[in-house]
Design a protein around this ligand. Sequence first.
Ligand code: SAM
Length: 260
Amino acid sequence: MQNNNVMFEPNPNGQGFAFGTPCVFIDDWIQCWRGERPLLDIGCGNGCNSRVALEAGAEVVATEIDESRLTLLQDDPEWGGRYGNRLSLVHALLPDAMPFDDNSFDGILCAEVFHFLRYPDVIAAVWELHRLLAPGGLLALTCISAKLHILRNTELEQRVERQKYRNPERLAGYMDYVQLLLEAMALRLDEPEVKQMIDGHIQKIPGRCFHFFLADQLGVVFERMGFELLTCEFGPAPHYPLIEHGPQDQVRILARKRVE
Ligand SMILES: C[S@@+](CC[C@H](N)C(=O)[O-])C[C@H]1O[C@@H](n2cnc3c(N)ncnc32)[C@H](O)[C@@H]1O
């Protein structure tokens, strides 16, 4: 059963973590529901966001690439059975395998998924979000920032900024996160909590890489692909499985699909 008291827990398929804290945009996402089209939760993890929307009475399609996670949710009497046909659990992969028609959703939540994507899958994913949203529909997205406080002494932000300056069109923040953590923590590797954090990341991050974003650069991609930006900013993410947090650890984008 989902445990809402934990900040994070490892995913059962060994890929990344799922969070026990709803997304900062949870209210915006739920308020999009107009009763006609369902809300979409991409990469739902342990379902902490979908659950809040379902409890509020919305219809939700929750997707995962992790089929074991979907089975867990489906078999949980507090989950699959509890919400009847207001909940659909679907195996789906962003950007290439999203089995839904155009304009199917009034609101899409994509919380902490984008950093798993490489360029150019990021670009394809933004197109896909645009395709799936109904005109006027709302996208709520959060992902890891290149300003991640714990990596501040690795010059990650400066590297991504330099790349942006050379070629603003190319999102080039896909890097070896474990290596960056080792670099950042080089003088503290003997500390048990540092060791535990790094071991957790070595085991749980597929390919060890994450895509670190700058809010303004990702925001421009959304604008060019037919979205109106409502919020495009950095913010804190105290639920990340890290021993230190900062005020700009997360990229946050709230955007509306333009009506042609
Ligand atoms: C860090 S968890 C976040 C879970 C949930 N959205 C939350 O905020 O608690 C990321 C989730 O995205 C899923 N995921 C990773 N890559 C994905 C992709 N390309 N398409 C869809 N989901 C993906 C993972 O299986 C994982 O459950």
